[in-house]
Ligand binder design. Structure first.
Ligand SMILES: *Cc1c(COP(=O)(O)O)cnc(C)c1O
Length: 408
């Protein structure tokens, strides 16, 4: 997308605004598909939690994607978008047995990540096939908040618990049809990922009725110029070869599954916000914008870097700014950042705003959440209206109190 397209959309739909470029989502999807073209049965299950707008889900469905979900509401969104239950996998963590049963009743593939629920579920529903989430205890790198493979992680069934797991499967007579791992975000070293995959292959040999092996996600995308990213093509080459050899050994053409969120939608997203105030202080120049961490929490939450451009003055002289939000708390998007000279009223554009941005937005400070627009075939389509004050009060139940003060 070009800066003037974005400026036009900001004018047309107002700000702050999320814009997603459909073509970029498609490019990423086909890039991953091509990297694994040597695998006979490939399944890409888009991780809904990254960006859960129904129109985005429909776009992915059109490309042949399945879905990875973590809540029954995400499952319902997927079904609403037209996904068949069989093309949805449900990978919750710490949810109730009741919710898992409800999702299973819909015909969705269940993925269980702890022995307690596995035992209860297997005893009650031995005929429903289940995938198991293994924790191989391999750190593929990255931020400790988004790495989930380490020894202290709450995710997955430890690979060291395999004997206990096998006993549960035998005792209940349940059917394990898939094995899964998701080591968390930011695969920097493909060899480390392949090492974790070996643990999964070894574990897989314990089960006779597998249909798929799910390698989760964690594809790292670039946030800055020259940033490292997962070399998907190299991973595709190496893992495909190893996977095909494993299928030979196993004696069956299994499906290789992935469940990327960030990889598919991060770079497709642009967040647009207007500068309300340029404020000089003794130490810096603040650019105060008409949004805050209520709409884009990643910089405050994870220390994430989002590249910021002044699309109103792209050719302006570079200066240094602290870009801050309007929330009445520390609310910093960027400190000491080089940006083309900013005037009040300019529109700033945040890159990599497709994944975990709108989906983490809140109404904190009683602010409405932004609108979302999908840029599709050269046109902006509104896919979510900006909220109004009505949305803020919708579920509030207002009590009546006596006028006079209560005396004790
Ligand atoms: C969040 C999540 C993903 C997606 O991770 P990305 O880093 O966005 O690709 C995949 N699988 C599971 C189980 C997840 O919880």
């Amino acid at each position: 997308m070009e800066a003037n397209n974005l400026l036009q959309l900001a004018e047309e739909f107002g700000g702050p605004l999320y814009v997603y470029d459909a073509a970029k989502i498609q490019t990423q999807y086909y890039r991953l598909e091509n990297a694994f073209s040597k695998v006979k049965n490939l399944r890409i299950n888009y991780a809904v939690k990254a960006l859960s707008n129904i129109s985005i889900l429909k776009l992915l469905k059109q490309m042949g994607s399945g879905l990875d979900t973590v809540s029954i509401q995400e499952v319902q969104l997927g079904i609403m978008a037209g996904f068949k239950p069989e093309s949805i996998i449900y990978t919750p963590n710490g949810v109730s047995m009741e919710e898992i049963e409800e999702v299973a009743a819909l015909g969705v593939q269940i993925n269980i990540d702890n022995l307690s629920i596995l035992e209860q579920f297997g005893a009650k529903h031995p005929n429903i096939p289940v995938c198991i989430r293994i924790n191989p205890h391999v750190m593929a790198g990255g931020n400790s908040n988004i790495s989930v493979g380490h020894i202290d992680s709450k995710f997955g069934i430890s690979i060291h618990q395999m004997p206990h797991l096998l006993r549960i499967v035998e005792n209940t007579g349940m059917n394990i049809n898939g094995i899964h791992m998701h080591t968390g975000s930011d695969i920097l070293d493909i060899e480390v990922f392949l090492y974790a995959a070996e643990i999964l292959f070894t574990a897989a040999l314990n089960f006779k009725n597998l249909e798929f092996l799910d390698f989760g996600s964690g594809f790292k995308v670039p946030y800055k110029k020259d940033d490292i990213q997962t070399n998907v093509e190299e991973l595709g080459k190496k893992l495909s070869k190893r996977f095909n050899a494993f299928c030979q050994e196993y004696g069956k053409d299994l499906t290789l599954a992935f469940e990327p969120g960030k990889f598919l939608v991060s770079e497709a997203g642009y967040f647009l916000a207007k500068v309300n105030v340029v404020k000089q202080t003794t130490s810096t120049v603040f650019a105060g914008i008409d949004t805050g961490f209520n709409h884009l929490i990643r910089p405050m939450f994870y220390g994430s870097h989002h590249h910021i451009e002044n699309i109103s003055n792209p050719k302006g002289k570079d200066r240094f700014y602290s870009v801050v939000g309007y929330i009445c708390e520390t609310d910093t998007f960027a400190s000491n950042r080089k940006i083309a000279e900013i005037k009040e009223g300019d529109v700033l554009c945040f890159r990599n705003s497709g994944a975990y941005c709108f989906s983490m937005a809140s109404n904190y400070n009683s602010r409405v959440r932004p609108a979302e627009v999908l840029w599709y075939e050269g046109k902006g389509h509104l896919i979510r209206k900006r909220e109004t004050f009505e949305d803020i009060i919708r579920n509030q139940v207002v009590m009546d109190f006596k006028d006079e003060p209560i005396t004790v």
